[in-house]
Design a protein around this ligand. Structure first.
Ligand code: MOS
Length: 749
């Protein structure tokens, strides 16, 4: 019989599908435009809504010319704080720590530029847009509080996604006092915006008291619960369909106010309503990576061993909510310092509330940490890789627990080998390329928690020998539905081509959230367990049937392969799934599975994925233009389900790290508080020409604790370490230590 879904011996559950570099099952649909996104839904009678957003950052909406908007042909409704229908739950309430206050026209206060102030619904998108323009809002504006200087400092009680704001182990002051050398450095990271290719959109329709939403959402069942609460409906009356998602990065994990307004409009007007945010409206109401100011203090002894590591991060947040980037957490679990202290402060400003954005905390925190570690290596007179190896943590420095697995040494070795790190001069400004540009090499360590959430799944083996696997998961573009299908196929002993994966709908078993890099581990484990359950039922039928070659095999157990059940003790005695079902007169057999990480495992070990990123930059000595010329990343993330997709995720992460290092920054206008580069022309993300040859190495790692599949996540790992590696390479090329991200030409002048 299949083992119970609980931590067991070394993972042996992968079949012939997992581990293969299969191309995306949805690839053709994506590239031919056949893949449906939420905004593609066009139910009959569809109306279009446009949200009007504030152009000032603080004050009140004084006058809205609602009459002018309503007079425009095609405009059917203008929703404002005065007439907004009541909600069953208060959008100011935050019932749990993943919830945020959101703006659904509670009042006429303006708390940031870009805040929704009205919703105009019309027969056409053009009429709705014109209606919104005709509102011509007049504000009672107040001077916005902006930036770290203009904001109001406070002590946050919780930081980001539930992490404790303060952590310390050992005596940092004593460690610094006894150190042979001390390093103190300040780093700044800017506000960044998720900028998924697909802006947030919803198509809302009511069918009596049933609510149907076409909505990109990273956690359809959680989202359903939230909408159900706001509309006072039982969750089973709400359906979220999320066929494909064009990127989420954290911004599509919760519910936003504008979507709730569209649902209200659909109910009020008795017709379906579509609301799609414009690109500029993605800068404010749907979250962002909050700006940070970070201070690191490191002490090292005469040999270069850390005696203390202190990381303080102050994060900017909105005036009305609590999300502070948990950046300093990046320093808790990586280097073997006997004393570690991590703390967070908050600064309130008149901006939208930040939100988890790909590698929340770790991305900003590791950028600063990896630079500080390089500064410490320089002070110790050591090669940056040698310094990291000297301070390698064999056990988790925060908890003292063993790591469930940690192949970081192999990552360092393989990455350094591929990059050609040996022979790197210690001093900066020692290498040039053929064009006379200064060359520099830098390293950064990647680390991200190996998370696991709770999920359920269902498996149906059919009389035709195929199977349907069901889970309310999502594919944000990362290839989840391909990797999950591979795991699911192995779970039912079939080729991936024989299974249908039904997903992306909230009426399926809860697959948890596509986030925290835990979706493959979580949903995959549940799917695998469901397949095992269906097979066990099938085996029971066969073992009890005298006509089956498996008759009486109860004690021997079975293995499932190629659509056949086989006696474990005699592989030649087997029968196909279809034959077993046909003889029993059944059209199908249904199994269910669940997965979560038992607390005993979380208490027994620390679980992280790791990597080492190496970067080369070329800097023009006269113009100071920075080009990244090559990058190598070596990553260990447990068993790799699909090396093609994993590589693509890690490349994407490294590209985001490059973007973090050199490009991305949202600029708030000092007077209006508006994001002045709220489009993809002014908000710089790398183009193809900015991206050098990327080399991703997947390092073997077996992990029997993290989950029975041995799978860690790769979604966020690649961004950590990469920005620091590039900043360190820039120092090595130029001798200039830039501590403010993104690093631009002017930093090197
Ligand atoms: Mo991600 S920031 O866990 O969606």
């Amino acid at each position: 019989m299949p083992e119970d879904f609980a931590p067991g011996p070394a993972p042996t559950r992968f079949g012939s599908n997992s581990g293969q570099p299969m191309t995306r099952r949805d690839g053709v649909a994506k590239v031919t435009g056949a893949a449906a996104f939420a905004a593609d839904a066009r139910p009959e009678g569809l109306l279009h809504a446009v949200v009007a957003t504030s152009t000032v950052a603080r004050g009140r909406v004084g006058v809205l010319d609602v009459a002018a908007a309503l007079a425009h042909p095609g405009v059917l409704d203008v929703m404002t704080p005065t007439n907004r229908p009541a909600l069953a739950a208060d959008p100011d309430d935050k019932p749990h720590r993943f919830s945020f206050r959101f703006e659904a026209l509670q009042d006429d206060r303006v708390r940031y530029a870009g805040q929704p102030i009205a919703l105009v619904t019309a027969e056409t998108p053009e009429a709705a847009a014109e209606g919104a323009r005709l509102l011509a809002p007049r504000y009672e504006a107040e001077a916005p509080r902006l930036g770290f200087e203009g904001g109001v400092a406070y002590a946050p009680e919780t930081v980001g996604i539930g992490s404790p704001p303060q952590f310390s182990r050992g005596d940092v002051e004593a460690g610094l006092a006894t150190a042979a050398r001390r390093i103190e450095a300040h780093y700044e990271t800017p506000a960044q915006y998720h900028n998924a290719m697909e802006p947030h959109a919803v198509v809302a329709q009511w069918d009596g008291d049933r609510l149907i939403l076409d909505l990109p959402h990273q956690a359809p069942v959680l989202g359903r619960a939230m909408f159900a609460a706001f509309f006072g409906a039982p969750p089973e009356n709400v359906l979220i369909r999320t066929p494909f998602i064009g990127g989420g990065f954290g911004s599509k994990a919760l519910v936003t106010g504008a979507h709730v307004l569209a649902v209200l409009a659909a109910r009020k007007l008795g017709r379906p309503v579509k609301l799609a945010l414009r690109r500029d409206q993605m800068f404010g109401p749907v979250g962002h990576r909050g700006a940070t100011r970070q201070t690191l203090r490191l002490g090292i002894d005469a040999q270069g061993r850390l005696t203390a590591l202190e990381h303080r991060s102050d994060g900017m947040t909105s005036s009305f909510d609590e999300f502070v980037e948990p950046a300093a957490n990046a320093s808790k679990n990586l280097y073997a310092a006997p004393a570690i202290a991590v703390s967070h402060g908050g600064v309130r400003a008149d901006i939208g509330t930040p939100m988890a954005m790909r590698a929340p905390g770790e991305a900003s925190g590791s950028a600063a940490l990896e630079c500080a570690v390089d500064e410490a290596a320089l002070a110790a007179g050591l090669d940056p890789l040698a310094f990291r190896l000297l301070n390698y943590a064999e056990t988790d420095p925060a908890s003292g627990l063993p790591f469930s697995s940690k192949a970081l040494r192999a990552c360092y070795a393989d990455g350094a080998g591929r990059f050609g790190w040996a022979g790197r001069p210690l001093e900066p400004r020692r290498m040039r390329d053929a064009q006379g540009r200064l060359l520099g090499w830098g390293i950064g360590t990647a680390q991200f928690p190996a998370t696991m959430f709770a999920a359920q799944a269902r498996a149906t083996i059919r009389a035709d020998g195929g199977a349907a696997l069901e889970i309310a998961g999502v594919d944000m573009g990362q290839g989840a539905w391909t990797a999950l299908a591979q795991i699911a196929a192995d779970g039912v002993g079939l080729d991936a081509g024989r299974i249908e994966l039904r997903s992306g709908s909230s009426d399926l078993p809860d697959g948890g959230i596509a986030g925290g890099s835990g979706h493959t581990a979580t949903a995959g484990s549940a799917l695998h367990a469901a397949g095992g359950d269906a097979l066990a039922k099938l085996f029971e039928i066969a073992a009890a049937d005298p006509a089956s070659p498996l008759f009486g095999a109860d004690n021997a157990g079975f293995v499932a392969r190629d659509g056949r059940l086989r006696r474990r003790d005699d592989d030649s005695r087997s029968e196909s799934y279809g034959e077993i079902l046909a003889r029993a007169g059944l059209s199908e057999v249904v199994g269910s599975g669940a997965a979560s990480r038992p607390p005993s495992v979380a208490e027994a070990c620390a679980m992280f994925a790791h990597g080492a990123v190496f970067a080369e930059v070329a800097v023009d000595p006269d113009l100071c233009q920075i080009r990244v010329t090559r990058m190598v990343g070596a990553f260990a993330a447990g068993r790799i389900v699909n090396p093609l997709l994993a590589r693509s995720q890690l490349e994407g992460g490294m590209i985001w790290g490059l973007s973090f290092a050199l490009h991305e920054e949202a600029e708030h206008d000092r007077v209006s508080g508006r994001v002045i580069n709220a489009d993809l022309a002014g908000y710089h993300v790398p183009s193809h020409a900015d991206i050098p040859a990327l080399d991703v190495l997947l390092v073997d790692e077996a992990d029997a604790q993290v989950n029975p599949l041995g799978v860690k996540g790769v979604g966020e790992l690649g961004i950590t370490g990469a920005a620091g590696a590039i900043a360190n390479a820039i120092w090595h090329a130029t001798g200039v230590r830039a501590r403010r991200f993104p690093i631009r030409i002017e930093a090197l002048m």
